[in-house]
Design a protein around this ligand. Structure first.
Ligand code: 6GU
Length: 238
């Protein structure tokens, strides 16, 4: 899978996506991440990429020309039709099912805005998907693009080892992960729950399932409606 990220700050995105698990996948050739500097495509003599908004108002607007030319250059490199995602708080909020679906694509183009916005006409021309990462405002789309790339990448077959791939399932069933414990058996006067030391796998699984439900009810009650629970589970814990 290939990610093309259109941005004014390519080094930010490259740094963030070439370490740890995503970095390993890039090194293994499972993924590639190419940050494309929009400024390289401006035809302005002073390398300008933004201008004042028509109608007045605060801030600057990223102009259509450099973005469109950068996008055309990237598009030419894609053999298959590539979706273009614009990261903006004015969009549906990204979630795990979207990550899973987008992981099926061969190429993805992500456009990061900055300043007060991007000329609407170029968005109309190139964007297929509008994505937000939550209801707060960032200074630019770069962090959002990195979040989206990370979540999509770990859904690409081979990117996670078997060991690493467990933690998606719980969220997919609509429940949060159960609490985890490691050595020592007692720390700061707190003991690991007895059942986890019992060696009884059925009991451990049942305990974890219950903890997942209780934790979801406590921290994210909004998720419970959609979660797949038995009638019993719903009556007792949810
Ligand atoms: Cl995708 N971009 C920006 N600039 N701010 C955001 C966002 C995206 N998602 C939440 N806030």
């Amino acid at each position: 899978m290939k990610f093309y990220i259109l941005t004014l700050f390519p080094e930010m995105v490259e740094q963030g996506l070439t370490t740890s698990i995503i970095g390993r996948a890039v090194a293994n050739g499972l993924l590639s991440v190419e940050a494309v500097n929009i400024r390289d495509y401006t035809t302005d003599r002073h390398k300008k990429v933004d201008d004042y908004p028509y109608g007045g108002g605060a801030g600057m607007v990223m102009q259509a020309q450099p973005i469109y030319d950068a996008w055309c250059a990237v598009k030419k490199k894609c053999n298959s039709p590539a979706r273009t995602i614009y990261l903006t708080p004015q969009a549906p909020v990204f979630h795990q099912a979207m990550a899973k679906e987008l992981a099926e694509e061969e190429n993805l183009i992500l456009l990061c805005g900055h300043y007060e916005g991007v000329d609407e006409r170029v968005l109309e021309e190139i964007v297929t998907d509008y994505v937000s990462i939550g209801d707060y405002v960032l200074t630019g789309g770069e962090l959002a693009a990195m979040v989206v790339c990370d979540a999509i990448s770990r859904m690409v077959p081979g990117v996670l080892t078997n060991e690493e791939s467990g933690t998606t399932e719980s969220l997919e069933g609509g429940l949060l992960e159960y609490p985890q414990y490691s050595r020592p058996e007692e720390w700061n006067g707190k003991k690991v729950p007895e059942i986890l030391l019992s060696g009884d796998h059925a009991k451990v699984d049942a305990w974890r399932r219950k903890q997942s439900i209780l934790r979801t009810a406590e921290r994210r009650p909004d998720l419970l409606d959609q979660a797949v629970l038995t009638e019993e589970e719903r009556k007792e814990w949810a």
